[in-house]
Design a protein around this ligand. Sequence first.
Ligand code: SAJ
Length: 418
Amino acid sequence: MQQTTFNRISVIGLGYIGLPTAAVIASRGIEVVGVDVSEHAVNTINQGKIHIVEPDLDMLVQSAVTTGKLRATTEAEPADAFIIAVPTPFKDGFKPDLSYIEAAVKKVAAVLQKGNLVILESTSPVGTTEKISRWMSEVREDLNFPHQGGDEADILIAHCPERVLPGYVIQELVANDRVIGGITPKCAARAQDLYKIFVKADCLITDARTAEMAKLTENSFRDVNIAFANELSIICDRLGINVWELIKLANRHPRVNILNPGAGVGGHCVAVDPWFIVDSAPEQARLIRTAREVNDSKPEFVLNKVRKVAAEFKQPKIACLGLAFKADIDDLRESPAVAITQKIIEEEIGEIMVVEPHIKSLPAKLNQAHVKLTGLAEGLEAANIIVTLTDHSVFKQVKLTTLNEKVIIDARGIWEKE
Ligand code: SAJ
């Protein structure tokens, strides 16, 4: 018989998506068991603390752990529903790496009971949710899965991609619409019951393949639009036009809304997910592939500017402003700003001041004798070349007029926009 309530929900993967989701569900009074392979993460969470940076998450986790509604462990335990939120990076040749999902699925399969719901939240190539059904059936021949039994299956499986913006996760988890794709309609309906526990917006039902493609489409849409802005910036550089002024003017058209050029596209999402579409339909995904290539070429374009300008100085002193992959966060993962700074360091283009107000020490690969992590004022003062790589709010407060006599390579348009 179909259950109507969830007494215990397990979240597999306690990272940027899994931990906030676990804490929000626990805050609704449901028992949540979080599972992670990292003992450090598990121990930190069980002390009511967090191992990642996300506004308001610390308070939420602390209260969920204190009230006994959330606990973490390294081994899967039985539950009514399982939410899988593990990473899906790509491997060589931009091929999706599903090994984290497969490992999580096999762990969950071992503790499954009739009537359980399994939800995949990780961004995944089309067909992954059906793969999960097959992987689970290999481990549990005693149970019937949706790819075998359809709506009569013992286990229900759905894909509900996360789509929250880092830095706003807690509010977007509750406020964003959700796309819920079931392998069967019954799978989708059951997953919808779960999301209604904490989502205030619409929970839109579809099939699993469409839900998988919807998530990849959202991030590819963003990537293609950023690529358009980045390509414009390269064209304008060649034609001697200020791209920021150009975009401001073009955006005054009622149906034009161009995004911001930058130092490249970073993070684990927008720079990765479009490759999953390219991998599934290499012949057809021409625009999506080209957009990836345009965005990935932008760091080299910025570097070339630095090399050219530095060659004109006897003693180049370069202030690199920002390491994070985007504004006002401390996340350096897959950051074009880090890649550019690292190249400047490796090529020993000059003395280097790194200004990144969100970190306390330099990552090992940037920590060299001719490199210093400095405060903003100190870095600006000492430099003869300033390169803006991340558009942190604090950088925007600096007045361009105070930087007279310095050469500025403003990859993020912080001051160009003035
Ligand atoms: N960027 C630009 N110019 C812009 C906007 C962004 O260069 O105009 C750069 C950023 O600096 C950054 C990269 O793009 O390096 C990605 O930043 P982002 O803010 O576009 O996206 P993410 O990776 O933080 O989060 C995205 C979001 N997806 C969309 O907005 C369609 C988020 O909703 C997803 O949940 C997230 O990916 C994810 O986890 O997939």
